[in-house]
Design a protein around this ligand. Structure first.
Ligand code: NAD
Length: 353
């Protein structure tokens, strides 16, 4: 299994393999770029079909974190770790403790946060043996609520701010009163986004595979329930994907009636060319890794001194970053996702801490 000639290898600085026979730990840690600071990113535990698949994931995801943190103007690099194994069957306290020791051996080049297959308590167990875990301290969130480190309120607020910036650019208005917004997925982020939008006077259309989430949005936020099959093609002003990736594709894009797409889901574009397909249809797409950076901003401040006011002020810069992306896209004819990549590269390639 070659790293340097791997299709997802992108000048990564460091790739470490860890194995511990006693606990069964098999993990890979990748640091993509650390020009702006230590590489921070999730620790994913997944039952990969092969080591090759795990390597592909860690290379791809660590690069994504470099771009996300640079675009958010954080003094962080991009990294990711993967533990190979079924989180339900193979995750033990001993394995997590060993993962903590492995992270400590990297001396802070990489800092782990929760991801699919790991939770805040899991990271706290790793933290018995390393200081290089993040998003694990109880703190007052930007919503004023005490939380165990869940970044969802920050992600939802950033998405709301970004959605407003997109509306301003595309529809030329500052207020959301009466605008129709379709939200796919009213979970941790989507429901909180719906709350912000409701307060701002938007008309909400929601779907979720968990009916109780939909019922809550209907009763508390006056939302209209919509079927999962109809949500993307609804006749609304704004579409906010907050559930799944790859939902913007050859099949869905021709059916979208919204003029703005602004939601928190990761990896919304199925392929890179869907970026331009949206632009050609006149749909303004707020690149996912720009608009959903509230969570990583929140986690960053846990390490450097967290006050809700500081975090909120930084999250609000998502609006400026998006405005710059939209203007450059108009001027250059390039799609917004491509511009977001360019802007991120400008922010990390020449940067040194
Ligand atoms: P979540 O699991 O709490 O919410 C997702 C919701 O989508 C769930 O309620 C789920 O039932 C629903 N859902 C799943 N499949 C669906 C479908 N086919 N149709 C309709 N609804 C469906 O997750 P979350 O933390 O709210 O994250 C939402 C998205 O935002 C994810 O893509 C996540 O990667 C991304 N994101 C989250 C954060 C964060 O801070 N939580 C940060 C950055 C990005």
């Amino acid at each position: 299994m070659s790293v340097f000639s791997h299709p997802e290898f992108d000048l990564h600085e460091q790739v470490n393999y860890f194995h511990d026979a006693k606990t069964g730990l098999k993990a890979i840690v990748a640091v993509h770029n650390s020009n702006r600071g230590p590489a921070l990113g999730g620790c994913r535990m997944w039952n990969y079909a092969s080591d090759e698949e795990a390597l592909r994931d860690v290379l791809r995801l660590s690069k994504g974190m470099t771009y996300k943190s640079a675009l958010a103007n954080l003094d962080l690099g991009g990294g990711k770790s993967v533990i190979i194994g079924d989180a339900r069957a193979h995750k033990t306290e001993a394995l997590l403790e060993m993962m903590g020791r492995c992270l400590e051996s990297l001396s802070g080049r990489y800092i782990a946060a929760e991801d699919s297959g790991t939770s805040v308590p899991d990271l706290q167990i790793m933290g018995r043996h390393t200081q290089y875990v993040a998003g694990v301290t109880e703190r007052t969130g930007i919503d004023g609520q005490l939380s165990n480190g869940d970044p969802s309120p920050a992600t939802a607020y950033g998405t709301f701010i970004g959605l407003k910036a997109a509306v301003k650019h595309k529809l030329g208005r500052d207020d959301l009163t009466g605008l129709k917004v379709a939200i796919q997925g009213v979970g941790n982020v989507g429901y909180r986004l719906a709350e912000h939008l409701h307060v701002a006077g938007a008309e909400l259309y929601v779907t979720d595979i968990h009916q109780e989430q939909v019922d809550k949005a209907v009763s508390k936020l006056n939302a209209t329930a919509v079927s999962a099959a109809d949500i993307l093609s609804l006749d609304v002003d704004i579409l906010a994907p907050c559930a799944l990736g790859a939902i913007l594709n050859d099949k869905t894009i021709p059916t979208i009636k919204a003029q703005v797409i602004a939601g928190a889901s990761n990896n919304q574009l199925e392929s890179a060319h869907h970026d331009m397909m949206l632009k050609e249809r006149g749909i303004l797409y707020a690149p996912d890794f720009a608009i959903n950076a509230g969570g990583i901003i929140d986690i960053f401040y846990e390490r450097v001194g967290h006050t809700p006011a500081k975090v909120t002020a930084h999250i609000e810069t998502i609006a400026e970053t998006l405005a710059e992306i939209f203007i450059r896209s108009d001027e250059s004819g390039l799609a917004t996702g491509a511009i977001a990549n360019q802007l991120a590269e400008e922010r990390f390639i020449l940067s040194t801490v």
